[in-house]
Design a protein around this ligand. Structure first.
Ligand code: ZN
Length: 270
């Protein structure tokens, strides 16, 4: 097989990556070959998509059924005032095209559901969960576990965010799984009446920028196999205190998805 190289334009565009010993031309080619699916083009998806596009992740799929609303613009920085009323996937694709025309953007204008989850994931190497509800988070978790794809997940409310990577499908050297899945940590969805939603309790907009950008960092590290990933660890961010905490997380042997006697064999939303 012929050795691939970056062309002159790529060497210029990605010069600050290529100069990093840990990335180099080889790493940049890996990024250009990577296919990442981002679920939700909202507060988390906006910065995640922009940094992944800027970094040269070759193919970016975006799943979102929604249109841009004026209330989104306080934090969903991939969309502009002119985009209000437009499909979020189309608006995000436009912005990515302006930032880096080299990226292939695939617009999936749909809800992420139990019916389409496995088919959507089959086209990608890795998934970013930028959804804003528990149903979608369980679905992405199940679909990623069942199709053995890494999932970089984050969530936020008010002034706080959390982030982890789920690769429970992947046994480590000692045969133990590589950390828990999302269901191990959050086995049951909270009562919908008690769940704080961003439209009722608010979100400090820039917190979405912090967490979505951290998702992009973790995705790029996963693709490049760099440093220490977030599998088996949960990052907690408190913007008011300006503190980050990382706690160790463990698989739950009783987990219905990745536990010792699994009962979930298809993605579920609850
Ligand atoms: Zn689990």
């Amino acid at each position: 097989m012929a050795t691939r190289e970056l062309d002159d334009d790529q060497l210029e565009r990605y010069a600050r990556h290529v100069i990093l010993e840990e990335v180099g031309e080889e790493g940049q080619l890996k990024l250009l070959d990577a296919k990442v699916l981002v679920v939700g083009a909202g507060g988390l998806g906006s910065p995640a998509l922009m940094y992944l596009a800027a970094a040269g992740v070759g193919a970016l799929g975006i799943v979102d059924h929604d249109t841009v609303d004026i209330t989104n613009l306080q934090r969903q920085i991939i969309h502009t005032t002119d985009d209000v009323g437009e499909a979020k996937v189309a608006s995000a694709a436009e912005r990515i095209e302006e930032l880096n025309p080299e990226i292939e953007v695939v617009q999936h204008r749909a809800r992420f559901t139990a019916e389409n989850a496995m088919d959507l994931l089959a086209q990608y190497d890795l998934v970013v969960d930028g959804s804003d509800n528990f149903a979608a988070r369980y679905l992405t978790n199940d679909a990623c576990y069942l199709s053995k794809k890494p999932l970089v997940s984050a969530a936020l409310v008010r002034f706080e965010g959390q982030l982890s990577t789920y690769k429970a499908y992947q046994p480590l050297g000692d045969g133990k799984p590589n950390g828990p899945c999302y269901r191990c940590l959050f086995p049951t969805p909270p009562d919908p009446n008690l769940v704080p939603r961003c439209d009722t309790v608010g979100i400090f907009g820039a917190v979405a920028g912090v967490m979505g950008t951290l998702q992009a960092v973790e995705v790029l590290k996963e693709i490049l196999d760099l440093g220490t990933g977030m599998a088996g660890r949960l990052l907690l961010y408190d913007a008011l205190d300006q503190t980050f905490r990382t706690i160790k997380t463990n698989r739950d042997p009783e987990c219905p998805l990745c536990g010792d006697a699994p009962s979930i064999t298809e993605p579920r939303a609850d």
